[in-house]
Design a protein around this ligand. Structure first.
Ligand code: TLP
Length: 343
């Protein structure tokens, strides 16, 4: 018999809802490379409005959206400033160098974020024989930091420093709606100081595929050319784009539940003497559990798997737990009991 796991590895494991699957059957479609897919066009328009930008482009993945942005904002040999544990730097296969020929200048942050002083120091002086610092990339919520949130004020202040120094600003907002909910603000407010923002519909929003990149009309026109270079020009993509439109109506209003489930799980895991957790750091749907009894995190990843719970290995002593809509409160309660007692 197949084991039903409580899958807390990522919010990317979410399955499309019944409403999404039904809507896929009847979605109005056309050839998107000709700009003729009405559903894709609608998703792009709604997404741009939601984020308060002029234009948007539907792309295959978060990685593709981020890398198109890096390419559009830079030239070969330029420097890009990123936080040391950011997704763009660590998990996108070196594409910022392989595809855009840029040099990452990483800053060690605290809880995923650095401050204005560190940023200023990382910007190269404008001297002809030095490479140019062209772009600041931030991530909000910050995945590897355990779903930490960057406040609207801090975000604006960092972007101001960048802009005063002639840099463009890109936000990896894969989970921008989680950040907005945690701060009781809107994605539009978070997106304001950025020239471009990428967000995913295939994570907590539960669509099967896709991300959106938003920005000015001019930027998105350039992004369309770069997406085509990457082979990302899709055809009747309305069958997947429709899921994004439904996600905004059906899933977005429930996203806060994922944060509640994460808080419940973290609280119970914190009662286990084998684990170390900072409960105040649980702000969204992701949190980290540090192991402290001499066993490796891998030991617990495997132990949990034996009992029917999947979590991911973050480092030798840390596991990552991610909640999402396919984890019910009942599942969360089952996992809570195990997190509290496992040894
Ligand atoms: N993150 C995935 C893994 O790659 C780690 C996950 O399970 O969390 N930005 C951020 C902040 C992300 O967390 C991810 C995916 C991406 C970009 C890339 O998105 P995809 O996987 O659609 O290329």
């Amino acid at each position: 018999m197949e084991t039903k796991f409580i899958d807390l590895r990522s919010d990317t494991v979410t399955k499309p809802t019944k409403r999404m699957r039904e809507a896929m059957m009847s979605a109005d479609v056309g050839d998107d490379v000709y700009g003729e897919d009405p559903t894709v066009n609608k998703l792009e328009k709604v997404s741009a409005n939601l984020l308060g930008k002029e234009s948007a482009i539907f792309v295959c993945s978060g990685t593709m959206g981020n890398q198109i942005a890096v390419k559009c904002h830079t030239d070969i040999g330029d420097e890009v400033i990123l936080e040391a544990s950011s997704h763009i730097y660590n998990f996108e296969m070196g594409m910022m160098s392989a595809f855009s020929g840029t040099l990452p200048r990483v800053i060690e942050g605290k809880n995923g974020f650095f401050d204005e002083e560190q940023l200023v120091k990382a910007i190269r002086p404008d001297i002809y024989y030095l490479s140019k610092t062209k772009l600041l990339c931030l991530e909000n919520s910050h995945n590897s930091a355990g779903g930490r949130v960057l406040s609207v004020e801090k975000s604006a202040s960092l972007c101001k420093v960048a802009k005063d120094n002639g840099l463009k600003c890109h936000l990896d907002g894969a989970r921008i709606f989680n950040s907005a909910i945690a701060q009781k603000t809107t994605a539009k407010e978070i997106a304001k100081p950025y020239d471009s923002v990428m967000f995913c519909i295939s994570k907590g929003l539960s669509a099967p595929i896709g991300s959106l990149l938003v920005g000015s009309k001019e930027f998105i026109a350039k992004a369309r050319r770069v997406r085509k270079m990457l082979g990302g020009g899709m055809r009747q993509a309305g069958v997947i784009a429709i899921c994004g439109l439904i996600a905004f109506e059906e899933i977005l209003p429930t996203l806060e539940d994922d944060h509640k489930k994460a808080k419940l799980l973290a609280l119970r895991a914190s009662k286990n003497k084998n684990f170390k957790l900072n409960l105040e750091s649980v702000e969204t749907n992701i949190f980290m559990i540090k192991v402290r009894n001499g066993n490796s995190a891998n030991y617990y990843v495997n132990r949990l798997k034996e009992i029917g719970i999947l979590v991911s290995l973050n480092s030798s002593d840390t596991m990552r737990v991610v909640t999402h809509k396919d984890i019910s409160f009942e599942d969360a309660e089952k996992a809570c009991k195990i997190f509290e007692t496992i040894n």
